[in-house]
Ligand binder design. Structure first.
Ligand code: ATP
Ligand code: MG
Length: 604
């Protein structure tokens, strides 16, 4: 390694520095990156309480020479670049010479390091940003850095840290990423004195994906190997059978650097549009390589973002090729979901004439409906000031409870929309709609959506009253899940219970699902379990949104045809709701066309 030097003023001014350590995650990231830069083959990360009370990163890299130890902690001291121009030809993750000094500014630290040139290791202890101890110590070649008393001087930042579980999930996701991204390095992760996972030097990517991320990705990964004269892309992306409720399983590396690059994620996601449900995200593990001249790493102090000089060329390479691979994979496997999709399309086309006609004569009745709609949703989610800052633990439950209560309140002032005795069933249409006559109006009811809405309402009501009915599974489902999902489950265990699941923890990577909420039917695929795991229960909008989407996916599996009694039952049920016209996600359930509107069509 080069010697550590303090950068000159000119270079310092040009570097996007000013790193702020926001959380234990940033510390772990900086320390592990230093270990990777030091050519370590083995890296061990230990944390306690989500890293809030203790972090230690130990490596078997080059170590730091004794005479450079104190310099390493100085701002703008780095062994990785000498001049600004070096930044455009950079192969290390660090370059600002800032991480260690930023950590010292917000925590206490002990470092032990030994190089191959030294007979004995050195230990230094920093407290309150000052060196308070230095001694010799027998140790292996490499470096070990312990960080503790995090944010003791900055209580505000301490307060904004997430729960221990959430912080440690974020850290474990980061270590997953490092483990996936660095072939020749073995990673070991220890949390609260418990061994969590371990990857081997030279373990192949696919086996790391199965072991660390999700075994269910087996058979669902599409191998990528794409290049043009500027870029080489390799890795895996998920088939359309596998998707998640958020982007947590998307990993992008550019020239070996883990980055966040929205445009790249979006262009990959775009290739899935229409193939997987809305608001679902593919998993991918993408490695992009390009000449280091094309990469500007110096755009953001936390180094997570970079800029590419030939971005468009990369995005179109992705669009053309990844899209093609995903589609090829679909057609070679004849996947069910695609048929379902095309069914959904016909479903609209069949009916497009009537729908257009309806849109054209779209007059006061719709305006009324929309007002009603927004009022309904306003009430539904209108939460009062339940946030009292120091009562964070119970807040999540409160939120949900509160919003359901206000939903209930809005019900009190509602009147039924229809006089049900005057609704006369006429016929079923295309097996998908029911036609009713009501006073001087024609009502068209979309069965599937009506059922979705009613199931949603019932589920939420039962949830609130804690009377969700479960069904016991004859064959309990054993789910193998990764450690992040496991801890998400543990964190939300009570909620799963309230939602109607009976789940047993079998081991730290397996759950046994014994009962499911009755409403979910017997699941062929238990995808929705992951959907619920991805849920952040702090966010009630998301909570309702998820529940409604799950219910939408499982409604009317048995075919869409219904008889007169069932049609009457649906409209009766809807009539008891605030706004029977729309599903929770705003899709039309019921269309009403007055005689006078219809007459416009007959030029009367
Ligand atoms: N684990 C380690 N093994 C060997 N040397 C290290 C290790 N950690 C830090 N160093 C040395 O200390 C110097 C300062 O580290 P620091 O992380 O503060 O800056 P940097 O990595 O050069 O740049 P950046 O601020 O972008 O991370 C490094 O340049 C490196 O020489
Ligand atoms: Mg560094």
């Amino acid at each position: 390694m080069m010697a550590i030097v303090q950068l000159d003023k000119n270079t310092i001014e040009k570097i996007a520095a000013g790193e702020v350590i926001e959380s234990p995650l940033s510390i772990v990231k900086e320390l592990v990156e230093n270990s990777i830069d030091a050519k370590a083959k083995n890296i061990v990360v230990e944390i306690k309480n989500g890293g809030k009370s203790y972090i230690r990163v130990t490596d078997d890299g080059t170590g730091i020479e004794e005479y450079e130890l104190e310099l390493a902690f100085k701002r703008h001291a780095t062994s990785k670049i000498n001049t600004f121009d070096d930044l455009y030809n950079i192969f290390t993750l660090g370059f600002r010479g800032e991480a260690l000094s930023s950590i010292l500014a917000c925590a206490d630290l002990t470092l032990i390091s030994c190089t191959k040139n030294s007979k004995v290791g050195k230990k230094v202890v920093y407290k309150n940003n000052k060196l308070i101890h230095k001694s010799s110590i027998a140790t292996n070649i490499g470096t070990s850095i312990e960080v503790y008393n995090l944010f003791k001087n900055i209580p505000v930042r301490r307060k904004f840290l997430a729960s221990d579980i959430r912080e440690s999930n974020r850290i474990s996701r980061l270590i997953h990423a490092f483990a996936l991204g660095y072939d020749g390095i073995s990673f070991k992760f220890i949390k609260d004195d418990r061994f969590i996972f371990h990857t081997l030097e030279n373990q192949n990517l696919i086996s790391k994906i199965y072991n660390l991320i999700d075994e269910n990705l087996k058979d669902e990964l599409i191998h990528l190997e794409i290049k043009n004269n500027l870029y080489e892309i390799s890795g895996y992306t998920s088939s359309i059978n596998y998707y998640r409720g958020n982007r947590s399983l998307q990993y992008i590396f550019i020239n070996n650097r883990l980055v966040e690059y929205k445009k790249i994620s979006n262009s990959i996601e775009d290739t899935y549009s229409g193939l997987i449900p809305n608001s679902r995200y593919p998993a991918f593990f993408i490695f992009i390589n390009t000449n280091s001249n094309n990469v500007d790493v110096n755009i953001h102090p936390n180094k997570r973002e970079i800029k590419l000089s030939y971005e468009d060329e990369l995005l179109s390479l992705i669009k053309e090729n990844i899209g093609k691979k995903v589609i090829e994979n679909v057609s070679s496997k004849e996947i069910k979901i695609k048929n379902e999709k095309s069914k959904e399309l016909n479903f609209y086309e069949d009916y497009s004439d009537i729908l257009n006609a309806y849109n054209k004569i779209n007059d006061s009745s719709i305006v009324k409906e929309d007002n009603y709609n927004s009022q309904y949703f306003y009430n539904f989610f209108n939460k009062k000031d339940v946030e009292s800052e120091n009562n964070i633990t119970n807040m999540e439950d409160n939120y949900i409870q509160e919003s359901i209560n206000s939903h209930e309140e809005s019900k009190l002032v509602k009147q039924n929309i229809f006089d049900i005795s005057k609704i006369i069933y006429k016929s079923s249409l295309f097996g998908k709609y029911s036609l009713f006559e009501y006073n001087d109006k024609l009502l068209l009811l979309n069965h599937r959506r009506a059922e979705q809405r009613l199931k949603f309402e019932k589920y939420i009501k039962d949830f609130k009253n804690q009377e969700i009915v479960s069904q016991q599974l004859l064959d309990p489902i054993i789910m193998k899940i990764n450690i992040n999902d496991y801890s998400k489950y543990i964190e939300n265990k009570d909620l799963f219970k309230k939602l109607g699941f009976d789940i047993e923890e079998f081991s730290s990577d397996k759950l046994i699902i014994r009962s499911l909420p009755l409403i979910f039917d017997i699941p062929e695929k238990i995808n929705f379990f992951y959907e619920l795991l991805d849920l952040n229960f702090n966010d009630e909008d998301l909570f309702y949104d998820k529940i409604s989407k799950i219910i939408n996916n499982i409604s009317f599996k048995k075919g869409d045809r219904i008889n007169e009694d069932e049609a009457n039952e649906l409209i009766n049920g809807l009539n008891k709701l605030d706004n029977p016209y729309k599903t929770f996600d705003g899709k039309t359930i019921l269309i009403s066309i007055s005689e006078s509107e219809m007459e416009k069509y007959f030029e009367r």
